[in-house]
Design a protein around this ligand. Structure first.
Ligand code: SIN
Length: 293
């Protein structure tokens, strides 16, 4: 195994980029997100996102207004389909949380994203990226894992890549919700209507770098267009397992005040288990992307 690449500095932006693994993840040092970032910093962060897929900013003061300010530098924000999970006065910011309000109701999406997925891949124009901020984090468990879909694509045998190149995955939120989120109130007909199934190419081209990435997930890709449902599902699960082998994964151990920014065009992620005696309160924004090609 090669050594993890070393830190680079972006002098005009006054920040440092420290890669966390060979294939995915970098920590960004020298940026204060409690204030608007400069144009040079924006460019350096954007380039680092495309190169590393996941960026970690530690020790950030990030009230919801600045969370929105920083996220919206990268594109328009898209709120969660389930509106009751939004942060008060900030419809574009969603709570991911196991915390209940005075009425005993969950204030946010509970046990969200515990199966590999790319955020809102079930939209015609899925998310460019997401930013998750740790307000309260359990002392153990509740890590988030990220997988490089560039690395997965590059490691596939050429013959399989050629076959996958012609296929489209069916991404389906109501199916995902019924299959993995049965502990929640069912989706309303109105919520379901916002997310009819869509298809996307299984191999997509990153719109900035031109690199090819696998684009599917066990959690949100129900099956494969034109294929028997069960056979398509088997191939999706096989490719998810292949893509999440340890060499392609960065596992983030949360501390309060961490902000993690990931590129949904080239990564998948999943939340991991934790003891529900601990409070977990996270805030997330999602940034509109382009239709995959
Ligand atoms: C998500 O899937 O966006 C949330 C991940 C997490 O809560 O760790």
């Amino acid at each position: 195994m090669s050594a993890t690449p070393s830190t680079v500095t972006a002098p005009s932006a006054m920040l440092r980029i420290r890669p966390l693994t060979d294939h995915i993840g970098a920590e960004i040092e020298g940026v204060d997100l409690s204030r608007p970032i400069s144009a040079a910093q924006f460019q350096a962060v954007n380039a680092a996102l495309v190169a590393h897929g996941v960026l970690v900013f530690r020790n950030q003061d990030l009230p919801p207004a600045m969370h929105v300010d920083f996220s919206s530098r990268f594109g328009p924000l898209v709120g969660h389909i389930v509106k009751r999970f939004s942060v008060e006065d900030f419809p574009e910011v969603t709570y991911i949380s196991n915390v209940k309000n005075d009425k005993g109701e969950m204030i946010g999406a509970d046990r969200a994203g515990m199966i590999w997925h790319s955020d809102m891949s079930y939209m015609e124009r899925p998310m460019l990226g997401s930013m998750l901020y740790g307000v309260e984090c359990p002392p153990e468990g509740a890590d988030t894992e990220f997988a490089s879909m560039f690395a997965a694509h590059d490691a596939l045998p050429e013959s399989l890549r050629a076959r996958l190149n012609k296929l489209r995955g069916i991404h389906d939120y109501p199916w995902h919700y019924a299959t993995y989120l049965s502990h929640r109130k069912p989706l309303t007909e109105e919520e379901k209507a916002q997310a009819p199934p869509v298809t996307h190419p299984i191999i997509r081209t990153h719109p900035v770098s031109g690199r090819k990435a696998l684009y599917l997930s066990e959690g949100l890709t129900r099956s494969i267009e034109g294929m028997d449902e069960a056979e398509g599902r088997r191939l999706i699960c096989l490719l998810t397992d292949f893509s999440t082998q340890p060499a392609f994964v960065y596992r983030h151990r949360w501390q309060p005040r961490d902000l993690v920014f990931w590129d949904n065009r080239s990564t998948m992620h999943r939340a991991t288990e934790f003891d529900n005696q601990y409070r977990r309160l996270m805030r997330r924004t999602t940034i509109q992307g382009d239709a995959p090609f």
